[in-house]
Design a binder for this molecule. Structure first.
Ligand code: GLU
Length: 278
């Protein structure tokens, strides 16, 4: 049967009403946008080859400080472990994975930076790390970051660490591209790189496994944020409440000690100053 004009108009009106909540979710308090605070399930991006932070085990499960932090936050958002799907987000794919909706949240040694803030809303930080440098065994004369001039350093695609040395510090090191920090560490162990300069937590995670010397010259604040889709301010606020709680109830301290207690790093166990949800 062909729809008459009035019937078609009525159908259009019904469809318009149905479409509104899906797009704008108009509630009594005004328009609301989709937020991860309402998710029944969460897909969370983590690292897969950074010991102590995010490692993918042979059985496909993930383990590490970031994984535990993410699991805690999800729990506070009402999502239990069986409704979390972890997936690997290397440094090069993080912004794009969030923008494309492939992940709901990223907890992956993800420093909050001005450039990234243009594309991502960051909750947190949930921890503040500091950049330090691991040099290959036997390499003399590298005692602070300036000594990296002329040295081959690891440059992980999408990561900020090598930029901190070359662009921010103006040190004329030679960047050599690698896809992940795991690959950098293998290269360092083979003698193919002079140094890996990155967050002290990342270096601490590898220190037990690999050769090399940490020079102990920390020179940045790496504010580890929880990346969420740009504009999800309600989700960001909910994650910040979860992070505050994680410090208040002793979970943050327990997790830091569990994963990094033996590292020799000075661990900060008070809630970090939040950046604000923009
Ligand atoms: N935290 C630094 C960054 O976000 C280095 C670690 C990483 O790339 O995951 O760039």
């Amino acid at each position: 049967m062909r729809a008459t004009r009035p019937a078609a108009a009525a159908l259009a009106a019904v469809l318009a009403v149905l479409a509104v909540p899906a797009v704008a979710g108009c509630g009594i308090g005004g328009p609301q946008r989709r937020t991860i605070a309402d998710n029944h399930r969460l897909v969370i991006g983590v690292k897969e080859d950074q010991p102590g932070l995010g490692v993918k085990r042979p059985d496909g499960t993930y383990a590490g400080f970031d994984v535990d932090v993410a699991t805690y936050i999800a729990g506070r958002l009402g999502v239990p472990p069986e409704r979390i799907e972890f997936t690997t987000t290397n440094s090069s794919v993080r912004e794009e994975a969030l923008a494309a909706g492939r992940v709901d949240m990223i907890v992956a040694t993800y420093s909050i930076t001005a450039a990234r803030k243009r594309k991502v809303t960051f909750a947190g930080p949930y921890y503040v790390a500091h950049q330090d440098t691991l040099v290959r065994p036997g390499l003399p004369g590298v005692d602070d970051v300036r000594d990296l001039a002329g040295r081959e350093i690891c440059a992980v695609t999408g990561s900020n660490s090598w930029r901190r040395v070359i662009e921010e510090r103006g040190v004329a090191a030679v960047p050599v591209r690698y896809p992940t920090y795991g690959a950098c560490m293998e290269a360092l162990a083979r003698g193919d790189l002079d140094a890996v300069s990155t967050d002290d937590l990342i270096l601490a995670g590898f220190a037990g496994d690999g050769p090399g010397r940490i020079i102990n010259d920390p020179f940045t604040d790496e504010k580890y944020g929880v990346g969420i889709r740009k504009g999800d301010v309600a989700g960001c606020a909910a994650v910040n409440r979860a992070i505050t709680r994680m410090y208040q109830d002793g979970t943050a301290e327990r997790l830091l000690r569990e994963w990094f207690g033996e590292s020799g790093l000075e661990l900060t166990t008070s809630v970090p100053q939040f950046e604000g949800c923009t």
